[in-house]
Ligand binder design. Sequence first.
Ligand SMILES: [Fe+2]
Length: 467
Amino acid sequence: MEFCRDWWMRKLIMGSDEKENKENDPRDDVIYQRFATSTNRKVLVKNHRRIRRRNRKKIRSENRSGFALWIFQIRCGKIRRKIHSVGTYPKCANPTVKIAAIQPAKKARNNDLQKTRMWTSILPLCAIMSVSSANLGWYRPEQVHLSYTGHPTTMTVTWTTFSWTPSVVEYNPLPGRPSFNLTAYGSVSIFVDGGPKRRKMFIHRVTVENLEPGQKYVYHCGSSLGWSPEFSFRALQAGSSWGPRLAVYGDMGNENAQSLSRLQKETQMEMYDAILHVGDFAYDMDEDDAQVGDEFMRQIESVAAYVPYMTCPGNHEEKYNFSNYRNRFSMPGNTEGLWYSWDLGPAHIISFSTEVYFYLKYGQELVAKQYRWLQKDLQEATSSAHRSERPWVITMAHRPMYCTNFDSDDCVKHDSTIRTGLPGGQYALEELFYKYGVDLEIWAHEHSYERMWPVYNCTVSRLHMIA
Ligand SMILES: [Fe+2]
């Protein structure tokens, strides 16, 4: 019986956000009425139905955006409190609760209602207690990560809040105590996940400029409504006569992220200049109404808030036209984040999407558009002037052309789509990369490590062998 009461009380308080499909859980009535037999069933059932009707009505009228919100009223003897809850309910975040109005209640209808006071009086108390801490959490930046813009004197900081706030980064060079005497401002955009709850979050992007190459900086981000913890980064070195240190991996999930602890430690030891995550994040970022994406981004903050975290999309980012990927990361260029290139020391690194070849429902023109962009970028990168300064041309994308695994993936097929292009041989990448002399291709997707001899047209070639 105690279980039933607790369960029903929890449904009464929190249940509305579970009713976005506007259907009632039949267990409500069964368990509630079982419980009600031991008290005054007639009054409680009436009260329960009244509250539930009101909840449904409010949800219909106010939950259009999918932004989880619920409103209910509590009659508690002499006062009636109207409690509004706004925002979403990520697993690790508190919902914001605001007391919107407190007004005298009508006289209690009958004495039996007073028997419910003992229950309901705890509700406004809980709500009031949660106000201060919840509001702070709502504006506080989280999921902080860095990305490189392509210019060594700049760095982009990206983070998430669940309410609108300004986008500010305060920073100063080290050594010395943090003074945060330098300020950079950026922009905020609203990202609405495509899941049933249409969860909404605010993505902040600030590019810090005029950095001194190689200099270490301390920073925090947010606004006067709430600041992140203190982080630090080292601005990338300028020029091409230095050897970048990269951590390269793909297919890292939110659970069982076995590489993460090593990455954390080695990041703290300043072993990396940048991280390349070659597609497939979190498994999947859109799962559980994008709450898995939130958790993953919180986890990698311990690495990505200190070192530029450069990415490309994988097949697990496909949902809702790669919207979680596009919105959560801030990659260089003006290409909606699916493909871009950047210079790092002696290397020109090209990141592109193999997924445009497989998810044609989002537009076959993307394959052509990306291919034309690759052609143009490779032409520039392999021009004599550019290549003499940056001799290494490196590509990174998710699905490989070749692999030796025994599964049904594209790379085990002789005529792999990535290698030979769409039916008819259009937009074949192997020919393109061979023509422009790409030195190194980095792939992921197959959960195994393979390093290959130089290969062209399924034949090992020693002409371009790398020592
Ligand atoms: Fe994959």
